[in-house]
Design a protein around this ligand. Structure first.
Ligand code: GLN
Length: 213
């Protein structure tokens, strides 16, 4: 079977780190800056950075509607600013995709502790990797997912209950940055969603690559 092709939105932010992680996992990676770069992708990662800037650039490059349409069909994972960009409510006026049923509070951790690292229990990761260790999560001026509405569901919380990872079908959001660690489990988890959707959109026997399997 053709390897997966994953796009990384490369307008702004730490897309290079996501690219490196994805390449290590053996998938093809493409930087996305224009609507035409979305063609033929199996999934897309929206990196961390600064969500207002990212949103404005997405408007300038005509990407808002194409990204919305992409996310209605195919998997998208947003990390930090990318997660803000996916949410339907960010508490202020800024360009967003509005695909995920959650309310986000930006820069939720205040100035003194605007960056921190903590081990998180993420039971969902067991589906792709038997490693029982917690996930070491890096937060950088991170948002918090203040409210999550079905069909979105919580994947991980801080010890105080603050929600920091959410999944809604094939859409994934993390307030932290798995691409800044050397732990590939979250990327593997995202790729498992991508595989699932690809199998659904391209049923067995319908080999569009024309190469046989
Ligand atoms: N504070 C940034 C924002 O609100 C997000 C930070 C990040 O992506 N690391 O957009």
């Amino acid at each position: 079977m053709k390897p997966l092709t994953i796009g990384v939105l490369a307008l702004q932010g730490d897309f290079i780190e996501h690219e490196a992680m994805l390449r290590n996992l053996g998938v093809d990676v493409r930087q996305v800056r224009l609507p035409k770069h979305l063609e033929g992708l199996d999934g897309l990662i929206i990196p961390g950075g600064e969500s207002t800037t990212m949103g404005r650039l997405a408007v300038d490059f005509g990407l808002i509607e194409p990204l919305r349409a992409f996310g209605q069909e195919k998997p998208i994972w947003g990390t930090c600013a990318g997660a803000i960009f996916l949410a339907r409510d960010v508490g202020r006026e800024q360009p967003i995709l509005g695909l995920m049923n959650m309310r986000v509070v930006r820069n939720a951790f205040g100035r003194q502790v605007d960056s921190f690292e903590i081990d998180l229990e993420v039971p969902a990761l067991q589906a792709v990797d038997p490693d029982p260790r917690p996930f070491h999560a890096v937060f950088i001026r991170a948002p918090l997912f203040a409210e999550v509405f079905p069909p979105a569901r919580v994947l991980a919380t801080l010890p105080d209950g603050g929600i920091v990872a959410v999944q809604q079908g094939h859409l994934l959001a993390t307030a932290f940055h798995p691409e800044l660690t050397d732990d590939p489990r979250f990327h593997k988890y995202f790729l498992s969603l991508v595989e699932e959707v690809r199998a659904r959109l391209q049923p067995l026997g319908d080999d569009v690559s024309g190469n046989g399997r």
